[in-house]
Design a protein around this ligand. Sequence first.
Ligand SMILES: N[C@@H](CCC[C@H](N)C(=O)O)C(=O)O
Length: 276
Amino acid sequence: MTLSFTKMQGLGNDFIVLDGINQPFTLTPEQIRQLGDRHFGIGFDQLLLVEKPTDPAHDFRYRIFNNDGGEVEQCGNGARCFVRYVTERGLTDKTEISVEVATGIIKPRLEANGLVTVDMGEPRFAPRQIPFVADEDQIEHSLQVGDETVSVSVVSMGNPHAVQVLADIDDGVVERQGPLIEYHPRFPARVNAGFMQVLSRNAVRLRVFERGVGETIACGTGACAAVVSGIRRGLLDETVTVTTRGGNVDITWRGPGQPVLMTGSAVTVFQGTVEI
Ligand SMILES: N[C@@H](CCC[C@H](N)C(=O)O)C(=O)O
């Protein structure tokens, strides 16, 4: 089978995007792993699939597969690339679209300056919504990670996140704790592990060890989860610039009951075909 693909990136979090509307196909997890291999395949953090919506009230269905072949619920940097892809390829003439993801609806909007703003929906905190093994919603939970006891905020942005606030995120903590937190038994669906350094009430640095990939250069849902957890901890104001290793993204959250808004770049890198 020959597949046409587009390689895209949002802050260096990289994707292949496949049009499943005009090019119907199915891929096994093993085939996704092969395509994602950076030496033997195309290489990507996530594979994004554009499909017709199941409900005609929406414009598209957006499916996401991690580099390990597993399907996941949400991808923020990918959502920005998604709207650029469907507009650049003429799949819609709208610049604001309503998109079905596994756990709800997101609304990406292409701005006049080329940046993309995504209404990512409301964050969730109840342990069963993460999922996380705990009796009640707390702003911080104590977690035993190897021989360290750490304090995490758990947030679902459709997908699960555990965020720590640390004075230094470059001292080896991501490499040491990331794999242990991803597979921690209190996260039955595994988790994305975020490591945030607060610079001011409107600026943070963030590194994320992503479920199903390892550390990525940037994680959009991770940025949303980190800012939400920082606001809940009383450390941040409602609009925050998140600096990742791949660049900046702006996040706004006005509090409980409100959606998280994310604004950042989305870039097409190249197009091609691949035999699978
Ligand atoms: N890179 C993403 C998140 C992709 C999914 C994540 N690894 C998961 O397993 O939940 C983003 O930009 O949000």
